[in-house]
Design a protein around this ligand. Structure first.
Ligand code: ARG
Length: 472
């Protein structure tokens, strides 16, 4: 198919047209057309700079600006006709510009390669996505804090190994997710700090000999710095990896939250219920109320992990500098961004909609054997080495389990037999309220007054972040 369309446009050195199999594999426009608004913004800034340094005439610059603006409108309105035979978003837009404005369009690619062009497009895209996702995380964190406030006084059984361990406050449980998501948000903020370098001017790999001023492009596009190494600028994808790693970690957090909700809403746990609007029924079993939203939150996590692994694998072992393998970076990038934009609001709706069975939570929190640790601790205060106290109380629990009585029901003389140093009325004093209240020794404990402090701090942080964003 030797016609004058790219990639033939750039195949003058080659004597044969591309093999159809290669031509087909080369196409990326189906997915990279999403970069069009960023590509056009980059081209506009580049064209202006070419005009300023005199590499294109004023008249050509006028034509370029007009043509690029026209293309932006067409792309935004979905009227632009993408052509697979033009391979990628960059060639499509450049060809369309040249078709419209003639030779001036053919000057746009002066001192530029698709290698630095795509690196720029991806940074611009990431800047946008980072902003959107950090707002969505903020909203979910706010929902978690609100829910924690709503259930402030409700205790629940705390688990390790999914076995009842010690009572905690339900608010403490929600604030645990708040902490995870606050760190996720911090990770995104770190990435944002590293998005400050503008790569255009790196050319295909070595820079350019033409008298350009990349700092003008950077200024126009809002980048404070320029890439410090042209090879790195076109070859590296670690910023994308960082985003995908951040996304996978965040999704794993949401998946754990989803799993908690799924367990809580089962008849076996019966700790919580989702509103009908957040559940589905079965095509066969009319009685079913299924937590599909939570399951999808959990299920969507798989692809975010896959996307990270895909990109790491694509880049691993690539020789310096640009290699076409790197074209495979986009689908994982877009997919993780889309997935996060989908699941963050879903998680927020789930958290907000959840209703708790408070009496059952309180009842289960008051487990017959959870005072065991505090009983052992009371012996420690009497001078018994902790390991010995642990042994004594373990033996007492085994006795109670066999006799089918709770620790609180233990007779004073039985207690004395197993734990000679124990205060006779200690078991009466180790109430649920006391177990919770005692956990005020560390800033992260579950004592109601400690949790209240954390709740207040979380609200302040959210408000500060909102103000900062409003101001920024
Ligand atoms: N579509 C290509 C990509 O995403 C653009 C860069 C092409 N560069 C090249 N030397 N073939 O990586």
């Amino acid at each position: 198919m030797p016609n004058n369309s790219p990639p033939d446009l750039i195949r003058s050195r080659l004597r044969e047209p591309a093999d159809p199999a290669l031509a087909k594999a080369s196409v990326s426009v189906d997915f990279d057309k999403r970069l069009a608004p960023y590509d056009l913004a980059g081209s506009l800034a580049h064209a202006k700079m070419l005009g300023q340094v005199g590499l294109v005439s004023e008249e050509d610059l006028r034509l370029m600006i007009h043509g690029l603006q026209e293309l932006s409108v067409e792309v935004a309105e979905g009227r632009f006709e993408w052509r697979a035979e033009l391979e990628d978003v960059h060639m499509n837009l450049e060809k369309a510009l040249t078709d419209r404005i003639g030779p001036a369009g053919a000057r746009l690619h002066t001192a530029r390669s698709r290698n630095d062009q795509v690196a720029l497009d991806e940074r611009l895209y990431l800047k946008d996505v980072v902003g959107k996702i950090s707002r969505l995380i903020w909203e979910l964190r706010e929902a978690l804090v609100k829910k924690a406030g709503e259930v402030k006084d409700t205790p629940m059984p705390g688990y390790t190994h999914l076995q009842r361990a010690q009572p905690v406050l339900l608010a403490h449980h929600f604030l645990a997710y708040y902490e995870m998501l606050t760190r996720d948000s911090g990770r995104l903020g770190d990435l944002e700090k590293r998005l400050h370098e503008m790569p255009l001017g790196s050319g295909a790999l070595s820079g350019t000999g033409l008298p350009i001023k990349p700092e003008l492009v950077a200024q126009e596009l809002g980048f404070p710095d320029l890439s410090g190494n042209s090879l790195d600028a076109v070859a590296s994808r670690d910023l994308l990896m960082e985003f995908l790693a951040f996304g996978a970690i965040l999704a794993v957090h949401l998946s754990r939250l989803a799993e908690d909700m799924i367990l809580w809403c089962s008849a076996e746990f019966n700790l919580a219920e989702l509103p009908d609007s957040l559940t589905t029924s079965s095509s066969m079993m009319p009685q079913k109320k299924n937590p599909d939203g939570a399951e999808l939150l959990r299920g969507k996590t798989g692809r975010t992990i896959g996307n990270l692994v895909t990109l790491l694998t694509v880049v691993k072992g690539l020789p310096m500098s640009y290699n076409r393998d790197l074209q495979e970076d986009k689908e994982p990038l877009f997919d993780t961004a889309d997935t996060l934009e989908l699941i963050l609001p879903l998680a927020k709706a789930q958290v907000t909609g959840l209703k708790f069975n408070k009496s059952r939570l309180t009842e289960l929190a008051d487990d017959p054997y959870t005072p065991a640790t505090d009983l052992a601790d009371s012996l420690v205060l009497k001078g018994v080495p902790f390991r010995e106290a642990h042994r004594q109380v373990g033996a007492l629990v085994a006795y109670c389990v066999e006799k089918k009585i709770s620790l609180a029901e233990t007779e004073a003389e039985v207690l004395k037999r197993f734990c000679p140093q124990a205060e006779p009325d200690i078991l009466k004093r180790l109430t649920l309220f006391q177990l919770l209240a005692a956990r005020d020794k560390t800033p992260g404990g579950t004592a109601p007054k400690t949790v209240q402090l954390r709740l207040t701090r979380a609200k302040e942080m959210l408000a500060e972040e909102k103000d900062r964003r409003g101001a920024g």
